[in-house]
Design a protein around this ligand. Structure first.
Ligand SMILES: Nc1ncnc2c1ncn2[C@@H]1O[C@H](COP(=O)(O)OP(=O)(O)OP(=O)(O)O)[C@@H](O)[C@H]1O
Ligand SMILES: [Mg+2]
Length: 227
């Protein structure tokens, strides 16, 4: 589903963040991306989204090389990739309106909009909060709303960049359970995180970045290397 071939990424032509990275993430995998701050986790996520392009090497999504994509192809690509960040960006409207907005732009019919919203809202468990505004929600609930928005179009891939960064352990765990459910419904999930507790509990594939390289790629991995 996601393949990187010899990907090198430098910023300002001098600072190499990722060096000849080779990586393959299959359809339906759940992967943690770990590594110290500045290791290049967010950069890797941006390369997958084509918000950044490699200096050399290629990124393939669903077997297609995204290197020479034009604007139109890039926006299509992003429709197939849901993304959430640490800082829960939602508009200052009700959750329902936030979700409907995405679908209205795409010209969806009212009935379909309602069906799609019902489905994702029950997946994230926010049925009772549907008509509240962001300022009326807890951090965990806001993150669930972002998740709902990220998956409303059933993307092939969900990228989560430190999705539990601002949450307490219980709320973090809930978000992980939802990500797991989304993964079981045939979405490839990639989570960049510093959350050792979560990674150690989940025992998924762990890819560790350091000094521009993948220093570990382990099935049923933990946050730190354990031989
Ligand atoms: N647009 C940019 N221009 C210049 N340097 C950048 C840019 N974006 C990122 N960097 C640098 O690239 C390196 C990797 O950044 P990145 O955000 O990918 O790290 P990260 O692993 O996500 O870190 P964190 O865990 O703190 O989120 C950092 O040293 C950062 O300063
Ligand atoms: Mg980051």
């Amino acid at each position: 589903m996601i393949r990187l071939r010899n990907v090198t990424k430098t910023y300002n032509k001098s600072f190499t963040v990722l060096q000849r990275i080779n990586l393959h993430i299959s359809k339906d995998e759940f992967v943690f991306l770990v590594g110290p701050t500045g290791a290049g986790k967010t950069t890797l996520i941006k390369l997958i989204l084509r918000e950044e392009v490699p200096d050399s090497g290629s990124v393939y999504i669903d077997k297609v090389n995204t290197r020479d994509f034009n604007e139109n192809q890039t926006s299509k690509l992003r429709k197939n990739i849901g993304v959430i960040f640490q800082d829960f960006k939602v508009f200052n409207r009700s959750i329902y309106e936030n979700l409907a907005f995405v679908l209205k732009i795409q010209g969806e019919k009212k009935k379909i909009i309602k069906e799609k919203i019902d489905t994702v809202i029950s997946l994230v468990g926010l049925e009772k909060k549907l008509h509240l505004h962001p300022f009326q929600l807890s951090g965990g609930e806001k993150q669930k709303a972002c998740l709902a928005r990220a998956i409303i179009n059933r993307p092939l891939v969900l990228l989560a960049d430190e999705p539990t960064g601002n949450l307490d352990p219980d709320a973090s765990w809930e978000i992980m359970q939802i990500l797991s459910k989304i993964n079981q419904q045939n979405t490839t999930v990639v989570v960049a995180t510093h959350d050792k507790h979560i990674v150690d509990m989940m025992r998924k594939r762990v890819i560790a970045l350091h000094g521009g390289n993948i220093i570990r790629d382990q099935q049923l991995g933990k946050y730190n290397h354990e031989p």
